[in-house]
Design a protein around this ligand. Structure first.
Ligand SMILES: [Zn+2]
Length: 300
């Protein structure tokens, strides 16, 4: 896996500035030395119709490096697609589709669709639960409604539960999920997916957490002290809300989960910033293509 020498755009363009560089990278991520024809499983290939394509020597199937990946049928050019992935992986405020469309001279719809694919690759693998000290809390956030950009009186409240890990007194990794209410049934999802049984968990005094104490032996509840107990967590919640408001003029409950995944994909890799783009690109190669119908178009 390639690691950027620096996070600057110049450095990115040095590595991925041309279509050839992008295709060459995709080809090595996708096949490397492990080519196998997806039609007949043959492991030998020759050059295909276009550069970086591989053609099966047995059945003749000619496959491009973008086929069967999230880069499948990207119409605006693979180099632009890479740079958009770079923008999304870099931007602290998150590069929204309006901004991406303007910056790259493409239609907003195309930018939105591609952005949605990038988010797909940012979804948590749910393989690395939070450990050590974990604080869990809930909060609400308004979702502006269609046709009413920004926050308005008629916004719908969405409830979110967040779990944040502490390592040596500093914020470690985190996860969040939309919940329909504050019942144990709703709250337990983030525990089961993202928190290790060995973790030392702290929550506020809410009774909805009580049934979880049976499953998690190191569980403590602290009465809320106007936020004093969870200072660091509240700072993170504020950062997250600010980011969410800045990234998108409209979001629904459906799309919000995708933004949550995106936020924490980046957040959980703050210490690995030089490899974050490569991690993202590599996941985009492994994910199956998404078609338009499988996505909900929810942007104004
Ligand atoms: Zn074949």
């Amino acid at each position: 896996m390639k690691i950027l020498k620096s996070l600057s755009r110049e450095s990115f363009r040095e590595d991925f500035g041309t279509k050839e560089q992008c295709l060459s990278y995709l080809s090595s991520e996708k096949w490397g030395n492990n080519y196998q024809c997806i039609k007949c499983k043959n492991e030998k290939y020759s050059k295909g119709k276009k550069s970086f394509n591989r053609r099966c020597t047995k059945c003749g199937y000619d496959e491009s490096p973008t086929a069967n990946t999230l880069f499948h049928k990207v119409k605006f050019g693979i180099d632009k697609a890479f740079e958009m992935a770079y923008d999304i992986s870099r931007s602290k405020k998150g590069a929204n589709s309006v901004w991406l469309a303007e910056r790259h001279g493409i239609k907003q719809m195309a930018a939105w669709l591609f952005r949605r694919k990038v988010q797909q690759a940012m979804k948590s693998s749910e393989q690395f639960p939070l450990e050590q000290e974990v604080h869990v809390d809930e909060f609400e956030i308004g979702t502006p409604q269609k046709g009413e950009p920004g926050r308005s009186k008629s916004e719908h409240k969405v409830r979110v539960v967040i779990a944040l890990e502490y390592r040596d007194g500093k914020a470690g990794r985190g996860y969040a999920k939309i919940i329909k209410d504050y019942s144990s049934k709703s709250l337990e999802k983030i525990f089961h997916k993202h928190i290790s049984k060995e973790a030392k968990i702290t929550t506020d005094g809410w009774s909805g957490y009580k049934p979880l104490m049976k499953e998690y032996p190191h569980f403590e509840q602290k009465l809320s002290d106007k936020g004093q107990n969870f200072k660091m967590l509240h700072i993170q919640i504020r950062n997250f809300k600010n980011w969410l408001r800045g990234v998108h003029s409209y979001y629904s409950k459906d799309t919000m989960n995708q933004y949550i995944e995106e936020y924490f994909f980046r957040f959980n890799r703050l210490n690995f910033r030089y490899s974050i783009l490569n991690k993202l690109l590599s996941r985009m190669v492994k994910e199956n293509p998404m078609n338009y119908k499988s996505m909900k178009y929810n942007v104004t």
